[in-house]
Design a protein around this ligand. Structure first.
Ligand code: EPS
Length: 401
């Protein structure tokens, strides 16, 4: 792995820390660029009161000087404003005894029960504080650095919600570019005003019933260089790396690439994307002189990027904190109980799109650095340019002969 990142932090702890290692030196970086992504993650109809408390923003801790990366690990801090309300409950020091806000009635679907059993804890708060999707703020910060690097290579990453609460969105066949300019304008990040109002009503209804809603998100990356990833070994295939990264986001239950599960239901002739020469598709964005007449593959063949837009979808289950709680067992008495209701969101599907973009950016940036290397941005760019020229020359050779 060329680009690595790790996060630390509890949902109601002092803050979240992200360390990103492997960026080349000389990448222009500003906090506002990262903060813009953090603000996007806080949006979306159906979110809970926590997002009114927080104003997520980073503080640089290391790895950046005079607006540029140094090539050393970049560390960022996101302070939890809510910490002020939790300092006693989440205090670092003490005698091991927890007196307030213990969670002893595990929520079905959350990490609570398995976590307390596996980690031998009496209070499920010791588990949920880290299992909380609050951690994804730190991922979005890391993803912003990857996105910034990819921008230098002409990559644009966006997302939109394709279903929420069982309402399927009819997105236009040609997605707008840049995608986020349109999807971010919708409170539920959809490209269909009719579906938007239906979804908003469904969220209101779920809130009234103390219920929660899941949905599906599509991430699209344009301008990705042909040949990232590899066909040669299982752990170098980009499909697998993307799926793993996306499935690691809390509450994600499935990933599709391109046509996805639908490809399994069609004959090959209705799945695979015919290849044409650049001349056959006038004005299209050709890659090394070749062009696909469709993109059912979602920009990946043989575990490598084809140069076509990368299209991945991810399915999110409904959040497991229900205000009308499900049945559970109390950990202290062992008797039947209702699951604990903590403040939470009715749905976080719109925000999940921003998180999925961040994970896709991190995987693509890793694959880009793996292919082109470079200790400085200029070196990475030189290597990238030389590769593009070589791929292009190969096509010239075919045409001349
Ligand atoms: C989240 C912060 C959390 C939740 C949510 C995501 O804040 P709090 O628990 O204080 O309300 O709103 O977490 C979950 C959905 C979960 O299952 O834990 C955030 O910053 O995104």
């Amino acid at each position: 792995m060329r680009l690595r990142f790790t996060t630390a932090g509890e949902s109601h702890g002092k803050g979240l820390v992200t360390v990103v290692e492997g960026l080349p030196a000389g990448l222009p970086l500003g906090a506002e660029y990262v903060n813009h992504q953090l603000r996007r993650r806080m949006q979306g109809y159906g979110r809970g009161a926590r997002m009114k408390i927080e104003q997520d923003a980073i503080e640089w801790l290391a790895g950046v000087r005079a607006g540029e990366s140094l090539g050393s690990p970049v560390a960022m801090l996101i302070v939890n404003r809510d910490w002020a309300n939790w300092e006693d409950v989440m205090a670092h020091e003490g005698d091991g005894e927890i007196r307030r806000r213990r969670v002893t009635r595990p929520r079905p679907g959350h990490a609570d029960l398995v976590g307390v059993l596996k980690y031998d804890r009496l209070d499920a708060r010791d588990i949920l504080e880290r299992a909380s999707a609050r951690e994804t703020a730190a991922r979005v910060a890391a993803g912003a650095l990857a996105r910034r690097l990819l921008e230098e290579f002409g990559v644009e990453i966006g997302s939109h919600v394709v279903s929420l609460g069982g309402i399927v969105v009819s997105a236009p066949p040609r997605l707008p570019v840049p995608l986020n300019e349109s999807s971010d304008a919708s409170p539920v990040r959809v490209l269909d005003p009719e579906a938007e109002s239906e979804i908003v009503s469904r969220i209101d209804e779920a809130q009234k019933n103390g219920d929660t809603l899941g949905g599906e998100i599509e991430v699209v990356a344009r301008g990705v260089t042909l040949g990232l990833g590899s066909h040669v070994s299982w752990d170098r295939k980009l499909d697998g790396r993307l799926a793993a990264a996306l499935m690691s986001i809390p509450a994600m239950k499935g990933v599709e690439i391109g046509l996805g599960f639908e490809a399994a239901r069609r004959p090959g002739s209705a799945v695979h994307d015919p290849i044409a020469t650049q001349e056959a598709v006038q004005g299209a964005d050709a890659r090394a002189g070749f062009q696909r007449l469709s993109n059912n593959a979602g920009g990946l063949e043989g575990g490598m990027t084809t140069g076509e837009p990368l299209v991945v979808r991810v399915a999110m289950k409904p959040i497991s904190t229900l205000m009308s709680p499900l049945k559970t067992v109390d950990l202290t008495s062992g008797s039947e109980a209702s699951a604990q209701s903590e403040r939470s969101d009715v749905t976080a599907v719109p925000a999940a799109g921003v998180i999925a973009e961040a994970m896709v950016a991190l995987v693509l940036a890793d694959a880009l650095l793996e292919k082109f290397g470079g200790d400085s941005l200029e070196e990475t760019k030189r290597n990238h340019q030389a590769y593009l020229e070589a791929v292009g020359r190969r096509w010239d050779g075919v045409r001349d002969s």
